[in-house]
Design a protein around this ligand. Structure first.
Ligand SMILES: Nc1ncnc2c1ncn2[C@@H]1O[C@H](COP(=O)(O)OP(=O)(O)OP(=O)(O)O)[C@@H](O)[C@H]1O
Ligand SMILES: [Mg+2]
Length: 252
């Protein structure tokens, strides 16, 4: 069974059709890249799957169960993870404490704020940090982490809930090229090990071709192509619309 099935998803903002009748699926352990030029509707798709935006039409199924239009919290609880930007609020906490806090939040134990975080879920936090290559940084203040390590911490936090589907909207934005590849190869390995489906978007085409199993190309809200790296590279319409647009290397 597909981990994620999206059927006929649609969203307009005023007169702008941001997403028109988009359908796709993601299999367990699969890395699916959703690419397209700026304004193509990628983030709108992520936000409809993650519950941040209600779709105008269409359905979203997670392991066969409808999650369409549920709250982000309810969708997270059903097994959808998302990488978030870490806020400065937790900068004074150690790397391990940030993961522990996230584990408490996932388990809805966050209200027990008067109990010290130390010791709670510490082993699980260390296991997650080990998986993302941050074991050696566990006791450092989050505020002193290099940017690439902060992104790894975000990944550890997103994995805390044992997601079946991980949504990553430009996870490597602002990173150096070598770090981008490393983060996405790490994600690729975790997806395989956990049988976790990953839907991601990324402006660096080298990274996309390197780590994705399959690529979807969105343009003006519509899916225009689907295939592996070789078929997407060879598709003349894609070359014209996307690769020709100048959006071939990092960021915006
Ligand atoms: N909250 C909003 N209100 C109004 N228009 C919006 C809103 N969010 C997105 N749009 C519009 O919808 C279209 C799709 O935007 P979206 O952010 O999904 O594109 P994207 O593919 O993620 O682009 P980028 O590569 O720049 O991140 C754009 O025309 C955008 O201006
Ligand atoms: Mg976007």
């Amino acid at each position: 069974m597909s981990t994620l099935v999206v059927q006929g998803l649609r969203k307009s903002f005023g007169g702008v059709r941001a997403v028109s009748d988009v359908s796709f699926h993601v299999a367990p352990g699969e890395m699916l890249a959703l690419i397209g030029p700026n304004g193509a509707g990628k983030s709108t798709c992520f936000n409809m799957v993650g519950g941040q935006l209600p779709p105008d039409a269409g359905t979203v199924l997670l392991e066969g169960r409808p999650i369409t239009g549920l709250s982000p919290r309810a969708i997270a609880h059903r097994g959808v993870g998302r990488t978030f930007q870490i806020t400065a609020t937790f900068g004074s906490m150690t790397v391990r404490e940030n993961v522990q806090m996230a584990l408490l939040a996932h388990r809805r134990e966050i209200w027990q704020f008067w109990r010290p975080v130390a010791g709670r879920h510490a082993d699980k936090a260390d296991a997650l940090l080990d998986q993302v290559g941050l074991a050696a940084q566990a006791d450092r203040a989050t505020s002193v982490l290099a940017y690439g390590d902060l992104k790894r911490l975000e990944l550890a936090i997103a994995l805390g809930n044992g997601p079946r589907l991980l949504l990553m909207d430009e996870p490597t934005a602002g990173m150096a090229p070598a770090e981008r590849v490393a983060l996405m190869q790490l994600t690729r390995r975790l997806a395989t090990e956990r049988g976790m489906a990953v839907l991601f978007t990324e402006h660096d085409m080298d990274v996309v071709f390197d780590v994705s199993d399959r690529i979807l190309v969105l343009n003006r809200g519509q899916l225009m192509a689907e295939g592996n790296g070789a078929s997407i590279r060879a598709n003349p319409a894609v070359r014209e619309v996307y690769l020709g647009s100048g959006a071939t290397s990092g960021g915006h």
